[in-house]
Design a protein around this ligand. Structure first.
Ligand SMILES: [Zn+2]
Ligand SMILES: [Zn+2]
Length: 222
């Protein structure tokens, strides 16, 4: 079963929904178009497909798969999602390089006993911030390096709420992932300043008030 978070916003994947190894997968709809945030590791693809079908009718086009960063628990299922729905895959260029080369170390696939198959990124985000129009709405990608070089969060307005998709806000910071603690600390400040109403995390669930969002992000600040 998918989980409704707001009107036109759902959790469709993650531990307990698709596969224990999957980071959370979120789906949003803007009129006749929709976008997915992250794809899980791929083991739960048939469940993911079923959950998406529960949330959006078949005439709503899944236009984008928005990847938050390169790690396998978020990206291993990306090719299967593109093959299934014909969507375009979006990632920041600083992580795209490891996805496109199939780097099993930097994508952390080796931590899951997997090899990362090279994944072509259709739209490479560059610089600090980019906005993508999706149907009747839009999503803004904000570069927040630290956990990985090309980590991004996505923000959007749904039901007059500022929703923040921050998939690995908690880290970890690890040399094999090319993490950078100094960048991470500066990026956490950037996330707090967004003052989001909801935080949809990759592994820690959903934070539903500005205060909860701020406290969670600040708990990783030094
Ligand atoms: Zn990660
Ligand atoms: Zn993760």
């Amino acid at each position: 079963m998918s989980k409704r978070i707001l009107n036109d916003l759902w959790q469709v994947g993650g531990d307990g929904l698709t596969d224990p190894a999957d980071a959370a997968i979120y789906l949003m709809r803007f009129g006749d178009k929709a976008a997915l945030v992250d794809a899980g590791c791929g083991h739960g693809h048939s469940r993911l497909k079923k959950h998406i079908a529960e949330c959006i009718p078949s005439d709503v086009q899944l236009e984008y798969l928005l990847l938050t960063h390169s790690h396998f628990d978020h990206t291993g299922g990306a090719e299967a999602v593109r093959n299934e729905f014909g969507c375009r895959i979006v990632a920041h260029e600083l992580d795209a390089v490891y996805l496109e080369s199939g780097d099993s170390e930097v994508t952390a696939a080796s931590w899951y006993g997997a090899r990362f198959k090279p994944l072509i990124i259709d739209i490479k985000l560059r610089g600090e911030e980019s906005t993508l129009a999706i149907g009747s709405g839009s999503v803004t990608a904000i570069h927040w390096p630290g956990h990985s070089p090309g980590s991004v969060v996505y923000t959007t307005q749904i039901d007059s709420q500022l929703v923040l998709f921050g998939q690995d806000v908690h880290g970890p910071i690890h040399p094999a992932l090319l993490s950078d603690e100094k960048q991470y600390q500066a990026s956490l400040k950037k996330l707090v300043a967004l003052d989001a109403d909801l935080l949809l995390e990759g592994h820690f669930g959903i934070f539903r008030t500005k205060e909860e969002v701020r406290e969670f992000i600040q708990s990783f600040m030094k």
